[in-house]
Design a protein around this ligand. Structure first.
Ligand code: NAD
Ligand code: UGA
Length: 450
């Protein structure tokens, strides 16, 4: 039996440690966080995050071999293996502000591990960090005057929100980066491998050097974000040429070299990581003097901003160049379906732009209204859980999040409740556009002719 500790009880730490506890019943898994309210929520029936399957999983393992606590000191003392999943946001101050990762939480964690440890331990980077962060960690942890030894491994997390439990239970791959060249490095990698081998087929557990593992995480998010920006760039030309983005996506996606997933045009990508990790990659490229590589990735971020603005510009243009006083209902505020997370959601930017044009903005979302209220504190937007109530007297609907719920609404009832002409701007292409058109809606999907 091992004592496994997760530091950081957020979107990654909570679900990841819960799945480890579920799959490894012989190990004791503890999760700590400095945020007391969050730990209280993890210990209650109202978990701090929404993820399909998470409630059942927590019910199953909490109190059995999964424990949530704020007692960082004791948790570190007892642990053999420590997974660190603290936040690594974009730095907002000083050198690298707006680009580099802010590693203050990560470094504080490392110092706490050193302070409270009386035995050697394995420390696993789960947070997304700049390549070569493990060197700094090793230096902080492995004090020359101490007999203790810490092996630092990189095991980046690839879960996506909304499918976190499935992604953790059936990962495409688990990546373990470590120091093959030392005996203790190899042993640490094997220990971590053995944990995942409880449920992940061995051919899906990859071993690499630490730097490859750290960089693979940034590269993976950069590729995924670039793919969304690429399809969105094609959506822009579709709108000018009568090409249809759904038909183009299907056609290019059937090429096995390209693949069909992650080709849905949208208002732009959101979420806490794509932009942050791209900016971090840009910073690293510049740091190493690779200006052209930095510019290449920077364009993915810039294009995403253009796509969000393009969406609002189209609303404005199609609604006769004025939305002053018009009621516009955002269907969805979460950055994607099946999560209440709104971090970097395109809906935030779109709301601000609509408010600048003096529209009356109403927000509806099945899960994200509490977060939306925080994001829009001080703004003159209103919130309404019931979409039918939200659309009363509305001039336009803008679909921001691909919740299934929005496919299933009674659009005749919605049409009857709206001002005419009634506009729909489908930022996710999830609605039946022809059906809406026949009802009388003025329909503007992404990447398609009206
Ligand atoms: P989060 O903000 O939801 O959670 C991080 C938690 O760490 C917070 O609850 C915070 O209070 C806690 N924390 C900070 N310092 C601490 C300390 N010294 N001791 C104890 N707890 C501390 O963040 P997240 O979304 O879970 O992301 C965590 C990391 O994982 C980031 O590096 C992110 O890039 C990466 N990541 C996120 C996702 C995702 O889908 N959200 C997916 C893969 C990787
Ligand atoms: C993403 C990655 O998919 C995960 O592998 C990674 O672990 C995670 O970032 C992270 O490091 O945080 P996530 O942000 O949760 O996961 O969600 P995605 O499904 O990747 O979607 C990101 C954004 O792109 C969303 O706003 C989504 O709506 C948008 N998107 C995605 C599109 O607009 N079109 C698509 O075809 C796919």
């Amino acid at each position: 039996m091992r004592n496994i500790l997760g530091i950081g009880a957020g979107y990654v730490g909570g679900p990841t440690m819960a799945v480890i506890a579920d799959q490894c019943p012989e190990h004791k898994v503890t999760v700590v966080d400095i945020n007391h309210a969050k730990i209280d929520a993890w210990n209650s029936d109202q978990l701090p995050i929404f993820e399909p399957g998470l409630d059942d999983l927590i019910q199953r393992v909490r109190g059995r071999n999964l424990f949530f606590t704020t007692d960082v000191e004791q948790a570190i003392r007892e642990a053999d293996i420590i997974f660190v999943s603290v936040n690594t946001p974009t730095k907002t101050y000083g050198e690298g502000a707006g680009l580099a990762a802010d590693l203050q939480f990560w470094e504080k964690t490392a110092r706490q591990i050193r302070e409270f440890s009386s035995e050697s331990k394995i420390v696993v980077e789960k947070s997304t960090v700049p390549v070569r962060t493990a060197v700094a960690m090793e230096r902080i942890l492995n004090d020359k005057d101490s007999d203790l030894h810490f092996d630092v491994l990189s095991c980046p997390e690839f879960l996506a929100e909304g499918t976190a439990i499935r992604d953790l239970e059936e990962p495409d791959r688990v990546l373990i980066g470590g120091r093959h060249e030392t005996e203790s490095g190899r042993a640490a990698m094997q220990t971590l491998h053995d944990i995942f081998a409880h449920w992940v087929p061995p051919e899906r557990i990859l071993h690499s050097n630490v730097w490859s593992a750290e960089l693979s995480k940034l590269a993976s998010n950069a590729f995924l974000a670039q793919r969304v920006s690429s399809i969105n760039a094609i959506s822009a030309i579709c709108e000018k040429t009568q090409a249809d983005i759904s038909e183009v996506s299907r056609a290019i996606g059937l090429d096995q070299r390209i693949g069909s997933r992650f080709l849905n045009a949208s208002v732009g990508f959101g979420g806490s990581c794509f932009k942050k990790d791209l900016l971090n990659l840009v910073y690293l490229c510049r740091f190493y003097g690779l200006e052209e590589a930095a510019e290449y990735w920077m364009w993915v971020v810039k294009f995403n901003e253009y796509q969000m603005n393009r969406f609002v510009d189209r609303i404005l243009r199609k609604m006769f160049n004025t939305i002053n006083g018009k009621r516009i209902v955002l269907f969805g505020f979460a950055f994607k379906a099946n999560t209440g997370d709104t971090r970097e959601s395109p809906a935030i930017h779109v709301t601000h732009r609509l408010l600048e044009e003096r529209a009356e903005v109403v927000i509806t979302d099945p899960r994200a209204i509490p977060n939306a209220r925080k994001d829009l504190q001080g703004c003159n937007a209103t919130f309404c859980e019931d979409p039918y109530e939200a659309v009363q007297g509305a001039h336009a609907i803008a679909v921001m999040t691909e919740w299934d719920l929005y496919r299933q609404l009674d659009y005749q009832r919605i049409y009857d409740a709206m001002e005419k002409p009634a506009f729909v701007f489908d930022g996710r292409n999830i609605l039946d556009h022809q059906g809406l058109f026949e009802m009388g809606f003025h329909v503007f999907p992404i990447g398609k002719q009206a």
